[in-house]
Design a protein around this ligand. Sequence first.
Ligand code: NAD
Length: 472
Amino acid sequence: MGSGLLVGGEWQDTADRIEVWNPATGEVLSTVADASADEALAAVGAAYDAFPAWAGTAPRERAEILRRAYELMTAEAETGARLIALENGKAWRDAVGEVSYAAEFFRWFSEEACRIAGDFRYAPGRDKTIVVDHRPMGVAYLITPWNFPAAMATRKLAPALAAGCTTVLKPAAETPLTALWVADLLHRAGAPAGVVNVVTTARAGEVSTAVLADPRVATLSFTGSTPVGKILLAQTAKRVLPSSMELGGNAPFLVLEGADVSRAVAGAMVAKLRNGGSACTAANRFYVHESLVEAFTERFQAALAAVRVGPGIDPATDLGAMVSVKERDKILALVDQAEAEGAEAVEVGAAPPGGAFVAPRVVRNVEHGSVLTRTEIFGPVAPIVSVTDEAEAIRMANDTEYGLISYVYARDHGAGIRVARQLESGMVAVNRGVASDPAAPFGGMKESGLGREGGFAGIHEFLETQYLAVDL
Ligand code: NAD
């Protein structure tokens, strides 16, 4: 694996380099290439040139490359987990879990590559037949965030390649090493030169502006924050460029009257602490029925107190470092603001000195509408709001511009599903702390995004529909 740009199957160096940091120690791990806009456009050119041949491959051939990528990733899981734990900071078990999740996108879309289907039917007037075809769009520009550096890359690369698109991947500058490993692995799995290109850069805005203005680019798939998604949508609008957007979240976690508190606490631990809380699906705010709020808070706090905070690379760690000191300080500033508003933040356990660590916190006396219920926290901080009934919980849950995922704990599945259907989010976990699955459509309503990744829908983000009118 190189540390340069991957363009047309070759590793290329650049004049400038980006330092990649270990947030658990504050040390520089490595450096990678820092692409300019022109260097990124060269990657677009390589992808554009590779497109006709790749689009013309048999779906089975694409499927077998993706399947080999799944097998390689599974065999090299430790290498990937090490890169993730070092550059992102997350706990070892989260890093191992991420590699497994990331690999599953290769497996799922290796299967989907051979299932691309069209439609054939007679027009109602019987004057012609209607043939509906799905064809790969062309060059796909893929922008990924730092929080799941492997899985966010494979969730885009796998369907794009399965569809027959060629790709330019721009990973987050904080976590480029994992992306380079993923791309290198695809090459070893047999992806031809130019099919997967990687552009690491610290100049995301300048580079993306140039790439999105290039008529050789056919689609954008972005995962990141809602503000950056809006900037990109304004740019794609200029070219009416198809775009899929996986944006921020503000997930409500509802514990309704009659719910099993022990199960709800177990689910809350997973939904809050997965990835150190730096997940778009992380439970952001807890709405707990007044009859359960004391028991839930006490048990949740006790469970959080047992969490070991430390370097992600240490297998004994439950909660690793945040990705950077800047990210840590953002989370701590939110806690300060909540306290200034009158909430009571209880720090549970201790964060070791020296790195971008945040000890978990339960926050009591939180009012709906206060800062922690409005802002994506992205860290191990759990604000708890007491609610009087189900209707109030639903109203508060929906009172946000976001709509990615919600969690509902209810007395039984029927009650949970009834509430889930009233929640404005693309995904709802019912009596569970986790929902994501490569075989399920992942995505949000409202300002959490456009389009779906994974499941049967994922490949369609990279396919054009063409209708042929034929006298048959
Ligand atoms: P971010 O929006 O700051 O960055 C995401 C990516 O966009 C990075 O590659 C970054 O380099 C790039 N970028 C930044 N500014 C840009 C610009 N002006 N033009 C083009 N590209 C630009 O987000 P982040 O801090 O890396 O990630 C956290 C955010 O991502 C959170 O809001 C989280 O909820 C969201 N997220 C969403 C999902 C989802 O599937 N919905 C998954 C993971 C993360």
